[in-house]
Design a protein around this ligand. Structure first.
Ligand SMILES: [Zn+2]
Length: 141
């Protein structure tokens, strides 16, 4: 009649924000939880350590994250501009618009590792559906 509701299913938004495997929502997408460890920021295992889901679905799969990253950056900058306008106000006369530009640019730059990881998490969540019973028996690693 309707889908079984167990109440224990990890939420989609939570699993995307915490960079979890979209198939089981338990395994980590990245080998290191710290996004500011720049040498290995984007290092991912080939397969999910919990369910075995392959992460790079095809060669160059993660090139598409550029679209997501761009959207996230524009949204962040838009949010900063709106928040700045409502709290400080924007004007070229007191240079507040330039301060806002500087803060927006610095914030976007500082958050790039987080945004890049989030972009990959969102991108793979577009293509891989949640399945609590999925086990990839063909994985080689
Ligand atoms: Zn998994």
């Amino acid at each position: 009649m309707c889908a079984k509701i167990t109440g224990s299913e990890p939420g989609l938004v939570y699993s995307v924000l915490t960079n979890k495997c979209p198939r089981c929502r338990q395994g980590n997408l990245f080998t290191n939880p710290n996004p500011y460890n720049f040498k290995i920021t984007m290092r991912m295992p080939e397969h999910c350590p919990v369910c075995g889901q392959q992460y790079e679905l095809q060669t160059g799969f993660f090139f598409g994250t550029g679209y997501v990253s761009y959207g996230l950056s524009v949204a962040l900058i838009g949010f900063i501009f709106i928040a700045w306008t409502l709290t400080v106000g924007l004007s070229y006369k007191d240079n507040s618009i330039f301060w806002c530009l500087g803060v927006a640019a610095a914030t976007t730059l500082l958050l790039q590792p987080v945004l890049q990881r989030l972009s990959r998490s969102i991108w793979i969540a577009f293509f891989v559906r949640y399945d609590s019973t999925f086990v990839n028996s063909t994985k080689t690693t």
